[in-house]
Ligand binder design. Sequence first.
Ligand code: DGY
Length: 325
Amino acid sequence: MDKPKVLIARKTFDDIVDRLRPHFELECKEDEGAWTQAELIARLQGKTGVYITGTEKIDATLLDACPQLRLISSMAVGYNNVDVAACTARGVLLTNAPDVLTETTADFGFALMMATARRIAESEHFLRRGEWKQWGVTMFAGSDVHGATLGILGMGRIGQAIAKRGALGFGMKVIYHNRSRLAPELEAPLGARWVEKDELLQQADHLVLVLPYSAASHHAIGAAELSKMKKTATLTNIARGGIVDDAALARALAAGTIAAAGLDVFEGEPSVHPELLTVPNVVLTPHIASASIPTRRAMASLAVDNLIAVLTGGKPVTPVNPEVL
Ligand code: DGY
């Protein structure tokens, strides 16, 4: 019997992909970068499964053009690049990669928040430009992280891991806003308190965004929200582009509405709003929050586990829409 055909749509770890070879006929993207949508559809012809990242767009048009597709296995936890309803309507299963990136992403979120509060990127650029002539009392003086109020918008696994770092490692007071409250036994060890979104905006010294992107969270932080924050506050976004109105944020940073921002994700990335590139009080990184080698390997491995499990007749490890089964 012919082996099912699987497309590996992004270059990934060869030894992890090799685990698929006994089971499937593989076609693999050999170079870095993504195929265009038309190329992706062409390569998907006759494929039963596809390995993707958080960037390939899987929509109704693609699904209709690839009727043999049964499984979309993403190595990302976020899946706003996939039209889940369209998958479900066509009986296509989507799997993602939760949990394996939680701690690494929380490490990065905390690091980005600290870099933002303590003006690390801005001061490094100043030093590299050769502008450091003498030590100064208030030179690049930022705000404290320890003992400050950490505000978290979205309190899933990554939000809780950031709260743990803040509360237990840095003595921060933790407030959060989420659709649902954490159970008291999760709140208590962190001293975390659920608050209304306005209170979160008004009280946080450092606000970190960790909510999934959806139509409901589009521009959850825009000009109106930024104007409610403290002038001394920082904003860190490690969630998804589009949750923040980047144009409004650039204006707020230039005007001093808030002190600084740390951004790992952008509206329309890899493009970055041009005004964000010119304001000094923002730390910019290219969507790397989960990018440690062990974690990226774990994400790839989980995506491969899902492909093997589902396409050899077993149960998915981490299904997003299990109702199709
Ligand atoms: C994720 O897993 O969602 C990361 O943001 C990488 O896309």
